[in-house]
Design a protein around this ligand. Structure first.
Ligand code: CO
Length: 185
C-alpha cells in the first residue's frame, strides 16, 4: 500500500469527465488501487476520494462515512450514476483537492445511486444526510465538477482571489511524501 499524491485545484484531470471502468479488464489492478485510495484518504482524514483526484482517468471513488457511535462505513463506487434525487440541503463541504477551504453547497437531501462494487456486483444505494452529500460530491468529481463549481457565481467570484493565492501553494503539496506528524493539528 502507498499514499498517493492528491491532485489540487487547477490540475486539468479534476475538470475532465472520467472514463467508465471496464471491470473485467481492470479487476487485477483494482485491489491495490483501492487499498492506496483508502490509505490516502485516511491519511489526510477525508470522507471521499475520486480516482481522478489521484491522477487516474477512471470512473470510481471511495467513501468512508463515520457516524457517531457507529463503525465507519467504507464503500467503493465504480461507474456510479445518480438515478434519483429529492429534497434539498445546504451544508458545509470541503475537498481534499482544496485543502483548508470550506463552503456551503446546495445538494439534494436524498439520492439513489447505482454503481458496481469492488467485487464487480451491481449495487443500489439509497442515502441521505452526510452519505448523500459524499456521494454527490464524488460523482461530481467523476464528472469533472468540483464543489467550488457548485457555488453561486457571486460566491465563486468572491472566492477567486483566495483560490489564486492558494493554488501555487497547493500545487506543491505532495501527500505521498509527507511525514504523518505534519498532518497532526
Ligand atoms: Co472532493
Amino acid at each position: 500500500m502507498a499514499i498517493r499524491r492528491i491532485c489540487k485545484y487547477g490540475e486539468k484531470i479534476l475538470a475532465k469527465k472520467t472514463k467508465k471502468v471496464d471491470f473485467g479488464a481492470f479487476r487485477k489492478e483494482l485491489p491495490a488501487l483501492l487499498a492506496d485510495m483508502f490509505e490516502t484518504m485516511d491519511f489526510v482524514g477525508g470522507a471521499g476520494l475520486a480516482a481522478n483526484q489521484v491522477g487516474l482517468d477512471l470512473r470510481l471513488a471511495v467513501i468512508k462515512i463515520q457516524r457517531e457511535g457507529e463503525e465507519p462505513l467504507s464503500i467503493v463506487i465504480i461507474n456510479p450514476e445518480i438515478v434519483e434525487k429529492s429534497g434539498s440541503m445546504y451544508e458545509e463541504e470541503g475537498c481534499l483537492s482544496f485543502p483548508g477551504l470550506f463552503a456551503r453547497v446546495r445538494r439534494a437531501a436524498k439520492v439513489k445511486v447505482r454503481a458496481i462494487n469492488e467485487k464487480g456486483l451491481p449495487i443500489e444505494i439509497n442515502a441521505e444526510g452526510l452519505f448523500a452529500k459524499a456521494l454527490q460530491h464524488e460523482v461530481d468529481h467523476l464528472d469533472g465538477v468540483t464543489f467550488v463549481d457548485r457555488l453561486p457565481l457571486i460566491s465563486r467570484l468572491k472566492l477567486k482571489p483566495a483560490l489564486m493565492k492558494l493554488k501555487p501553494q497547493w500545487k506543491k503539496l505532495d501527500e505521498s511524501k509527507m511525514p504523518p506528524e505534519k498532518l497532526q493539528p
